[in-house]
Each structure stands twice: as structure tokens, then as C-alpha cells.
Write a protein that binds this ligand. Structure first.
Ligand code: SAH
Length: 249
């Protein structure tokens, strides 16, 4: 059995942000599996099979990838950003742990990528320069009450915050509620960054105080970052710098 499975992150969008390790795995692969738009980022070549699937079928997709690898194929499951951040790596291990015994010793590797949070913070400066939390605001896989609870506790602990999936289609009013909670917990002056489609031609960065933040400023291609009480917004002609100093008392 010479098959293997690599779960690779393709980074936030730009080709130069795909790691050489992920590119090498794709060059050696016989099969590429993933959500349609991510599979579309891989260049076709002779002998490479594409298996594009819908969003939200992560476990089926993972099981399919595992069974192909068990048949001896060289399979790359692609995610955007990093595959371990709200993406396919955990889904593959969920399917793997529940799956047949002959999957146990499969050659499975996770290949890291540049996650949207890090690409967005780098564009703005260094808002995650001190302690921070990353929270997925989608309530597909957890109750909304848990999101609100984590949000309040994170704000109380004065972390900077990075939010993935800010506006879930299933719950469009959720993000407006998130902004209300943040205004209550952090005050109206705290800077909030909306980083849309980072590292793509459609990239737009907007930084406003929480008082001016509107739910419509975010969509499913937006990463949202809120500073801690220490975060600095410094104006300059080339656009402002948002950064959090390395220290706290
Ligand atoms: N595994 C991915 C995250 C998947 S969740 C990663 O590590 O980046 C999908 C969410 O990621 C989106 O709703 C958005 O909040 C964020 N995202 C992904 N790519 C982005 C990009 N290029 N610019 C801004 N946000 C992005």
C-alpha cells in the first residue's frame, strides 16, 4: 500500500503564499479533493483527478479521501488558509477515527498554510502582537449561546480577537449581535478591522472604531480583528498602522 493523504492549506489567495511543501504534494498527487472554489485553485495536469464537492459535506469528503488513499492513491485534500484552522484537517481525523481499522496506519500528513487571520493582521500591521483569541462565528457546529459566552469572556480577559466566518448565511442577524456585545464590553473607541479578500485582487481593508462598525461591513470573505485595550491605531499617509505592543501589566 503506497497511498498517502496530505491535507494542505493553499493560503489566503495569492499564489506566492502557497508553501513549497504544499506545491510539492500537489505535484506528486494523483487526486485532489476539496470544496469547489479551492480545488479550482489547483492547476490541471495529465494524470491528476479532481474531486470538487459542495461546502458542508466535510465528513463525506474526508471519508472519500481516506478511502482513495487506502486504495493506494496519492491524495491531497485542499483547504484555504491553513487546513487545521476551521477546515478539513480535523474533519479528516474525525472520519479517520470512526472509520475502518485498515485506515489506522495510513500515511496522513497535515501541511500548514498561511491562515486568513495572519494574512489580515500582517496587512494592517501587528494587531495580534500580544495575546489573542481566534473564534469562528459560524453557528453551524455549535450553539449560538456558546459563541456569545466565549465572546464576553474573551473581551473580559482583554485579548485581541480574530473572527472567522463573521456572517453566517444561516444566521444573518448574528454578527449585528456580536457588534453590540463588543461595544458593550470594549467601549465605542476600540478599533475593529475588516479585512476582505486578503491577498486577492478584491482586497479591501477598513478600520473604524466599534461605534462606527456596521454588520454589512463583513461577509463570508471577511476576516474581522478587534484590538485589545492596548492596541494602537497610528495614522500615516500610506494608511494607518494597527498594532498591539508586546507587553501588558
Ligand atoms: N482554513 C481557513 C479558514 C476557513 S473559515 C484559513 O485558515 O484561513 C473561512 C473564513 O476564513 C471566511 O469566512 C473568512 O472569515 C476567512 N477567510 C478566508 N480567506 C480569507 C481571505 N483571503 N481574506 C479574508 N478572510 C478570509
Amino acid at each position: 500500500m503506497s497511498g498517502w493523504l496530505a491535507i494542505a492549506g493553499l493560503g489566503p489567495g495569492d499564489e506566492t503564499l502557497v508553501t513549497p511543501e504544499a506545491s510539492a504534494a500537489l505535484d506528486a498527487a494523483t487526486d485532489v479533493i476539496g470544496y469547489g472554489p479551492y480545488v479550482a485553485r489547483v492547476a490541471p495536469r495529465a494524470g491528476l483527478r479532481f474531486h470538487a464537492s459542495d461546502n458542508r459535506v466535510e465528513l463525506e469528503r474526508a471519508a472519500h479521501a481516506l478511502s482513495l488513499a487506502a486504495e493506494g492513491r496519492r491524495v491531497v485534500v485542499v483547504s484555504s488558509g491553513d487546513p487545521g484552522v476551521f477546515a478539513m484537517a480535523a474533519a479528516v481525523f474525525e472520519a479517520w477515527e470512526q472509520g475502518p481499522a485498515d485506515w489506522r496506519e495510513l500515511d496522513i500528513r497535515v501541511l500548514p498554510g498561511i491562515t486568513a487571520m495572519l494574512a489580515a493582521s500582517a496587512r494592517a500591521g501587528a494587531p495580534l502582537g500580544h495575546d489573542f483569541c481566534a473564534i469562528n462565528l459560524s453557528d453551524n457546529l455549535k450553539p449560538w449561546e456558546l459563541i456569545e459566552r466565549r465572546l464576553r469572556l474573551t473581551a473580559e480577559a482583554d485579548f485581541a480577537m480574530a473572527f472567522y466566518n463573521p456572517r453566517s448565511k444561516a444566521r444573518p442577524e448574528g454578527f449585528a449581535r456580536v457588534l453590540e456585545i463588543l461595544r458593550e464590553a470594549c467601549g465605542p473607541e476600540r478599533p475593529i478591522l475588516f479585512a476582505r479578500a486578503v491577498s486577492t485582487p478584491e482586497e479591501v481593508l477598513t478600520i473604524v472604531p466599534l461605534a462606527e462598525a456596521r454588520a454589512e461591513m463583513a461577509d463570508m470573505r471577511t476576516m474581522v480583528i478587534v484590538g485589545s485595550s492596548r492596541t494602537r491605531l497610528v495614522a500615516r499617509d500610506r494608511g494607518p498602522v494597527l498594532y498591539t505592543p508586546r507587553w501588558a501589566e
